[in-house]
Design a binder for this molecule. Structure first.
Ligand SMILES: [Zn+2]
Length: 608
C-alpha cells in the first residue's frame, strides 16, 4: 500500500531520485545558522554546505559546548528564508581557533503519508502546481496536485489504490510524486473551489459575456487566458495584491501573500504588452492612455462557484512600460471573529462592552497593512448580528461588503465625495453607527467627535504608532482635549506578525542573549517555537498572520488626564501603572504561546 503512494514511474526510479537528492551537498555562501543547545545556549556559525539531510558548519571562535551526538535546534538563515530543524552533531574537528562540524537533521515534523491523515481543507494550494493538471482529470479522478518541494510534487488523492490513474497523472506532471490519501468528501469540496464545476474547462473561466466583450476589444487569446489564470491563481493563493512590473526583458508578476511578495511568473515583453491591455480592458481603463496613471475597479466572478472578488486596479507609467497593481478586496472576510484575529479574552471583553454602547468613539491605529480595517469589519458584523442598528460607512475603498450596512465610497478622482463631505451627509440619514475609513484632517476629526457625543457610535482609524499616540495626534490635529476625553472610549493599536504553522513548528528554549534583547531576562530558558516547513504551510513554516494588540479603555481617570492635556509620556506611565500590555508585551505573550517566532517578535522590538 505504501508503495502505491510513492510509486509513479516505478518505485525504483523514485527511490534512486531520492538518494541522489539526499546525497547532493551544495556549497552555499552567505548563510548562517544559530545553534541552540538543550540548555538554551546559542552558538553562531557559518554554513559551508547544505543538503536535504544536514549542514556543514564552521564556528569561527570555537565552542566547548558541542560534542559528537549533541542534540541541537538549528535556525538557518539563507538571507531570504529562515527555517529551523532539530539536528544532531555527527562529526566535529578543531582547526586552530575554529571548529568545523557536520550536523544531521532529525525527522522534524513527522508528517508522512503513511502515518498522517492529511486534512485537505487546511493545506495551502499553490495554483501554479494545481494548474498543471486539467480540471477535467482532477475532478473526475479526485486528485489534486498542490505543492512542489525540492522537485517532488505533493498530490492529494481520494483513491490511492488506483495505480493506473496515478501513473498517468505522474506523466502529465512530469515529476515524482508524494501521494497523500485524503477523505473523498473533503477533497470534493476543495476540488470544486479550485477548479470550479466546469470540469471540462482547463481552469475556472469567467462568464461568457466577458468573453464576448473580449472579442470586440480584439485582445489576443493568450492574453485573455493569462489574465484569467493570473486572477484565479491570486484568488486561490489568497493573495491581497497582484503586481505586474515591467522591466527590460518583459515583466515580473508577483503576489502579496500574508504581507510578503512572492514571484508568480516571468513573462516576455510581447505577452506583457497584451496582458497589460487586457487587464486595462477589464478594469475599464483607457487602453490608449499609457502615459498617465489610471485607477479602476471591477468585480470578477469565477464560474462554477459562487465566489466573486472585487478588484481595484491602478496603473502608473515606468521606464519599461506601465506598472499594474491590483488589490483583491474582501477575500478573507469569511467567518472571522475577534478571537480568530488574535484578541485575548480581556481585549475581546473590552471591545464587546464598547459595542453595547449607544454613543462614543473607538479608534484603531497602526501602519498600512496592519489589519485595522479587518478588525473594524469584524466589529461591525458583530454589531449587525447582535443589535438592530443602522450602520453607515464612508470608506476608501470599500474593502469588504457588509450585508445590512450602507457603505459609501469616496471618490479619489474628484472632490465631490470626500471623507469630510460624505460624513456630513451620512449624519443626516439617522445612523446609529458611523464608520469613517480614516481620519486624515481636523474637519473630519471634529465632525466624527461631535457625532460620537450626540448619540452615535463612531468607528474609525488613524495613522499613529501606539494607542496613546492616537490621543495626542487628535489633539495635535486641533481637536480640543476635553472633546477627545469626552468622546473617545476605546483605542486599539495593532500590528500583524506571521503565524507559525502549528503542524511543523519546532520547540527550543529562549537563549540568554535573546531574553536580554527583549529586556526580559526572566524568560531565559522559556520554551518557544521556530518555523520549519511542511505540506500545510507550503514549506514556509508560517501560515497566515496573527494580530498584536494594545487596547486602551478610557475610563474616568484616563478621561480626566486627557482633558487636562496630559502628555504622551504621562499617558505611557499611566499605562504601565495600570498593567496594560503594550504591543511588544503582547508579541512576547504570543511567542510564548507558540503563535509566532522570536524572529518575528524581534521586528516589533526593533521598531520600538
Ligand atoms: Zn508547516
Amino acid at each position: 500500500m505504501s508503495e502505491a503512494r510513492f510509486s509513479l514511474a516505478g518505485s525504483n526510479s523514485q527511490s534512486s531520485q531520492d538518494n541522489k537528492r539526499d546525497n547532493e551537498r551544495t556549497v552555499v555562501a552567505g548563510w548562517d545558522a544559530t545553534l541552540f543547545t538543550e540548555a538554551g545556549i546559542s552558538v553562531h556559525s557559518n554554513v559551508e554546505n547544505s543538503s536535504i539531510n544536514g549542514l556543514g558548519l564552521v564556528i569561527p571562535g570555537g565552542s566547548d559546548l558541542l560534542d559528537e551526538n549533541t542534540q541541537l535546534t538549528v535556525s538557518i538563515n539563507t538571507g531570504h528564508r529562515q527555517f529551523t530543524r532539530k539536528a544532531v552533531v555527527r562529526w566535529l574537528v578543531e582547526r586552530g581557533s575554529e571548529i568545523r562540524l557536520g550536523v544531521q537533521y532529525l525527522n522534524h515534523a513527522g508528517l508522512l503519508p503513511e502515518t498522517h491523515q492529511l486534512d485537505v481543507a487546511a493545506i495551502r494550494i499553490d495554483p501554479a502546481i494545481a494548474m498543471k493538471l486539467s480540471a477535467g482529470i482532477a475532478v473526475r479522478r479526485k486528485i489534486l496536485p498542490f505543492l512542489q518541494i525540492n522537485g517532488l510534487t505533493h498530490v492529494a488523492c481520494a483513491d490511492i489504490k488506483n495505480v493506473t490513474v496515478l501513473n498517468s497523472v505522474g506523466r502529465m506532471l512530469k515529476s515524482p510524486m508524494c501521494i497523500w490519501p485524503v477523505d473523498a468528501k473533503a477533497l470534493d469540496r476543495v476540488l470544486k473551489e479550485v477548479y470550479g464545476n466546469a470540469a471540462s474547462q482547463p481552469i475556472a473561466l469567467p462568464g461568457s459575456k466577458q468573453a464576448a466583450r473580449d472579442k470586440q476589444s480584439g485582445a489576443g487569446n493568450q492574453a485573455i487566458d493569462l489574465a484569467e489564470d493570473l486572477l484565479y491563481a491570486a484568488f486561490i493563493r489568497q493573495a491581497s495584491d497582484i503586481h505586474v512590473d515591467a522591466h527590460a526583458k518583459g515583466a515580473g508578476i508577483r503576489f502579496r501573500v500574508d504581507g510578503e511578495l512572492e514571484t508568480f511568473a516571468e513573462i516576455k515583453t510581447d505577452i506583457y504588452v497584451e496582458l497589460a491591455s487586457r487587464l486595462k480592458v477589464i478594469s475599464a481603463l483607457d487602453i490608449a492612455e499609457k502615459r498617465a496613471p489610471q485607477d479602476g475597479r471591477f468585480t470578477y466572478k469565477f464560474a462554477g462557484s459562487n465566489q466573486q472578488v472585487d478588484i481595484r486596479a491602478a496603473t502608473i507609467p515606468t521606464k519599461y512600460g506601465e506598472r499594474i497593481t491590483m488589490r483583491l478586496l474582501g477575500v478573507q472576510s469569511d467567518s472571522l471573529t475577534l478571537a480568530k484575529l488574535g484578541f485575548v479574552e480581556h481585549h475581546q471583553h473590552m471591545i464587546e462592552q464598547f459595542l453595547k454602547r449607544i454613543q462614543g468613539m473607538m479608534l484603531l491605529t497602526g501602519p498600512t497593512g496592519s489589519g485595522k480595517t479587518t478588525t473594524l469589519y469584524v466589529a461591525m458584523t458583530k454589531l449587525l448580528r447582535e443589535r438592530s442598528v443602522n450602520i453607515m460607512t464612508v470608506e476608501d475603498p470599500i474593502e469588504y461588503e457588509i450585508p445590512g450596512a450602507a457603505q459609501c465610497e469616496i471618490d479619489s478622482n474628484s472632490d465631490k465625495v470626500t471623507f469630510n463631505s460624505a460624513l456630513r451627509s451620512i449624519l443626516r440619514h439617522d445612523p446609529d453607527v458611523v464608520m469613517v475609513g480614516e481620519i486624515r484632517d481636523k474637519q473630519t476629526a471634529e465632525i466624527a467627535i461631535k457625532a460620537a457625543l450626540t448619540g452615535h457610535m463612531v468607528l474609525s482609524t488613524l495613522h499613529t504608532n501606539s494607542a496613546v499616540a492616537t490621543i495626542t495626534r487628535l489633539i495635535d490635529m486641533g481637536v480640543a482635549p476635553y472633546l477627545v476625553a469626552a468622546a473617545l472610549r476605546v483605542v486599539i493599536a495593532q500590528r500583524l506578525l506571521k503565524r507559525l504553522c502549528s503542524y511543523c513548528r519546532i520547540s527550543r528554549p529562549l537563549s540568554r542573549l535573546e531574553a536580554m534583547t527583549l529586556e526580559r531576562v526572566d524568560l531565559e530558558g522559556a520554551l518557544i517555537y521556530e518555523p520549519s516547513g511542511c505540506v500545510y504551510c507550503a514549506n514556509k513554516g508560517y501560515k497566515g498572520r496573527i494580530g498584536l494588540y494594545e487596547v486602551l479603555e478610557l475610563r474616568t481617570e484616563w478621561a480626566r488626564v486627557v482633558a487636562e492635556g496630559g502628555s504622551e509620556s504621562e499617558l505611557i506611565a499611566m499605562m504601565k501603572a495600570a498593567g496594560i500590555n503594550n504591543l511588544l508585551e503582547d508579541a512576547v505573550d504570543k511567542m510564548l504561546a507558540g503563535d509566532t517566532s522570536y524572529a518575528e517578535v524581534l521586528q516589533i522590538a526593533s521598531s520600538w
